[in-house]
Ligand binder design. Structure first.
Ligand SMILES: [Fe+2]
Ligand SMILES: [Fe+2]
Length: 334
């Protein structure tokens, strides 16, 4: 999965005062390159705020990938068939890989992976609010693939054109895998809706009812309440606004829900002939801010599981380091 709302943190100010003529020239050159649509590489000069904003967004994105492994990983031992188990294992493993590409991209901006993980484990860093909701039944696994990975794709495809090249390159690979994630989720729900029992169909509908609104929140606050979005757009980090992405997601998903045979839990959802889009109801932003602020249904559980996984994995990290030291010694001796 998934990025969310680099604009949920409200600390970015404007540009810092430039100190020297040389810095002013570098800034001008950077602005020109951004305006020309050039990509910025790790070795290039960049303004401090650009670096900080990217570091925060990419590390939040990386954290979301690895925290996102938890709610679904929970179901690997309970998958209903061997085929579904193999698919889910591959998907959860992909998410771990996405975390690795993204931590590597973030490291090029000057922070170590240990520092980033420390921020996550101490509760200082954010990850996507969507992973603070519970996965109560097997239908939640399919619904996460269909809706959560679906929303993630909508969010992430424009990041393939992000002005920071290491991030853009990581996203190209990630997006290819996300589309498999979305399809496997949809396929799993379709199997239940077409061949399942009444109880299984009800289970799918219940999961969709619970995930729909949190998925709409994944695109971040409305444009008029996203003070950092404009700067993100100016820098070519953000290419499409939160509200535009959210509308695209709703438009694409309504038809998929119809084919699936589930309803979306919004009485205000209707086709608007004039705009050629689906209108939808009001999002409860107080819920979003509550979950972002640490008070979602599973915030504490997810963080505790993540920290436990880190601590239990210590011997693996130690063994890998010992192995690499041994290899280096061997190579030196040869
Ligand atoms: Fe995914
Ligand atoms: Fe992912």
């Amino acid at each position: 999965m998934y990025t969310q709302a680099m604009d949920t943190m409200r600390e970015e100010g404007g540009q810092p005062a430039l100190r020297t003529a040389e810095e002013a020239a570098l800034q001008q050159r950077f602005d020109n390159r951004i305006d020309a649509g050039d990509f910025i590489e790790a070795k290039d000069w960049m303004p401090d705020n650009y670096r900080k904003t990217l570091l925060r967004q990419i590390s939040q994105h990386a954290h979301s990938e690895i925290v996102g492994m938890l709610p679904e990983g929970n179901w690997i031992t309970r998958a209903p068939t061997l085929k579904r188990k193999a698919i889910l294992l591959a998907k959860v493993q992909d998410e771990g890989g996405h975390g690795l590409y993204l931590y590597a991209a973030a490291e090029t901006l000057g922070q170590s992976r240990d520092q980033m993980l420390d921020s996550l484990h101490s509760g200082k860093a954010k990850y996507s609010s969507i992973f603070n909701y519970p996965t109560l039944t097997w239908a939640d696994v399919g619904t996460i693939g269909w809706l959560v990975d679906g929303a993630a794709i909508m969010n992430q495809v424009p990041i393939c054109r992000c002005s920071y090249a290491p991030y853009a390159r990581a996203m190209i690979r990630i997006c290819r895998e996300e589309s498999f994630h979305q399809r496997q989720g949809y396929d799993s729900l379709l199997a239940m809706m077409q061949n399942g029992t009444e109880a299984q169909k009800a289970m799918v509908q219940d999961a969709v009812n619970r995930w729909w609104w949190p998925c709409l929140m994944m695109f971040g606050p409305p444009d008029d309440q996203s003070p950092n979005s404009a700067q993100g757009m100016r820098w070519g980090i953000k290419r499409v606004s939160n509200d535009t992405l959210r509308q695209k997601f709703v438009d694409a998903t309504v038809q998929q829900a119809q084919v699936l045979g589930v309803s979306l839990p919004d009485p205000d959802l209707r086709w608007n002939e004039a705009t050629q889009h689906w209108d939808f109801g009001t999002i409860d932003w107080s819920e979003f801010w509550r979950v972002v602020g640490g008070e979602g249904p599973c915030n504490r559980e997810r963080l505790a599981m993540r920290v436990a996984a880190w601590e239990e994995g210590e011997w693996v990290r130690e063994a890998a380091l010992a192995h690499s030291r041994k290899q280096a010694r061997k190579e030196k001796a040869a």
